[in-house]
Design a protein around this ligand. Structure first.
Ligand code: HSE
Length: 414
């Protein structure tokens, strides 16, 4: 039986995890795929003295590119400069590429998928969204009969870990972030996690696949969790919600509405119970209804699980591209509706001296609102949840309210 030869590019956390998992379960993997496989090259500029994989290391990418035996390469260097260049060169030679690189897929997915198809190979990226959670394949295979109506998800493990610490342990934001970094969940620049860029890239990948057109990160309204305080978390809890960083795409009559932002998630929604580094993605199809995909969204072994699954699939589909894994490129955002045109409820926290008269004003502007009591209520503030109306309208009413009170916080509901 011929042996499929694989190259691994980048031997960091995910890369080393993928190599280790591959050799741990090699026998099982080969049995399941019906093919013999081996990792021939591991490309990394660093030295790894004493590594059991010493015979495979190279610092020269050309060793891989010019090796006719290599049919599949796993790119795990991240970023969109070198990774982009290497991926294009490999796909152009008909070598399938699998990746955990969400940034590259979010910015160049349409182009790289097209290039793979032109060269009768595959570009797979199961590990780019939700770590080890199977979500890419379910979206374009198991749910292929559905028109997708909504995707909502907790797509970033670091921020979910931080928010969980804030909710359950009443730990301040900075302390929770430091722990997430120590555990290796955060990106090298944690602002990509905290400010929502990482979740945004993952949402773009899911949305592009589900809705068929490339959704670039700049099409998505994105804000992170830096401004969430323990006060907000406590008000939310009192009202029956958990604060979560939510990636959301809704198909509406006006177009797709795509946002990444903190939201109050009702305790009745399963996403509210997704804690720690776990991610979860709800996909609503017109046939199937709501489906939920849950698992470890970050970490070495979990992400490696998805990378190795892609390697197996790429080996099984040498010289045959997977037709359903595709979307069109987009040159403008005319299929995206302004996020403020969506109906939404908003949690608002205002400073005030005279709560009774301010309540009267708020009720006058909004009609009925839910005022949120608080266990240790500060005397000079008021929190409430607006009714469900277009966000433009909410902003107009809050502008009027701001003439009477200092608006400290607004957070959308899911
Ligand atoms: N920093 C990312 C997260 C890693 O926290 O979710 C996985 O993509």
């Amino acid at each position: 039986m011929p042996i499929s030869k694989i190259a691994v590019i980048g031997f960091g956390v995910v890369g080393s995890g993928a190599v280790e998992l591959f050799y741990k379960n090699k026998e099982l993997i080969e049995k399941r795929s019906g093919r013999k496989m081996d990792i021939k090259w591991i490309c990394d500029l660093r030295d790894f003295p004493g590594s059991p994989f010493a015979d495979k290391f190279t610092k020269n990418f050309d060793d891989i590119l010019n090796d006719p035996e290599i049919t599949v390469a796993a790119e795990m260097i991240g970023g969109k400069t070198l990774a982009y260049d290497y991926t294009k060169k490999l796909l152009s030679r008909g070598v399938s590429v699998v990746t955990s690189n969400k940034e590259l897929v979010a910015y160049h997915g349409a182009e790289l998928i097209k290039l793979a198809k032109e060269n009768k190979c595959n570009y797979f990226f199961e590990a780019s969204v939700g770590g080890g959670i199977p979500i890419i394949r379910p979206l374009h295979q198991c749910l292929a009969a559905n028109r997708i109506e909504r995707i909502s998800g907790i797509l970033n493990g670091t921020t979910n870990f931080i928010l969980t610490k804030m909710i359950y342990d009443h730990v301040a934001f900075d302390e929770a972030l430091a722990e997430a970094q120590r555990l290796g969940y955060a990106e090298s620049d944690p602002s990509a996690d905290i400010d929502g860029a990482d979740a945004c890239r993952k949402l773009c990948i899911l949305g592009s696949l589900a809705f068929g057109k490339h959704i670039y990160p700049e099409y998505v309204h994105c804000s992170g969790i830096r401004q969430i305080t323990l006060d907000d978390v406590e008000y939310a809890e009192t009202a029956g919600y958990a604060v979560k960083l939510i990636g959301l795409i809704d198909r509406t009559e006006k177009g797709l509405v795509a946002t990444v932002c903190p939201r109050l998630v009702s305790v009745n929604n399963p996403l509210s119970g997704v804690n720690d580094v776990y991610n979860a993605i709800m996909v609503r199809g017109d046939g199937v209804g709501d489906t939920l995909f849950y698992g470890r969204g970050a970490g070495k072994e979990a992400t490696a699980s998805a990378v190795v699954a892609d390697i197996i699939d790429a080996v099984k589909h040498e010289n045959a591209d997977i037709a359903s894994l595709t979307w069109e490129d987009s040159t403008d955002r005319d299929f995206i509706a302004p996020y403020k045109s969506a109906d939404v409820r908003v949690y608002v926290r205002v400073k005030c001296n005279d709560a009774d008269s301010l309540k009267g004003l708020i009720t006058q502007f909004f009609g009925y609102v839910d005022f949120i009591p608080r266990k240790q209520r500060s005397q000079n503030e008021l929190a409430f949840i607006t009714p469900l109306i277009e966000e433009y309208q909410i902003n107009k009413k809050l502008a009027l309210l701001s003439e009477h009170a200092d608006i400290m916080k607004r957070i959308r509901l899911l």
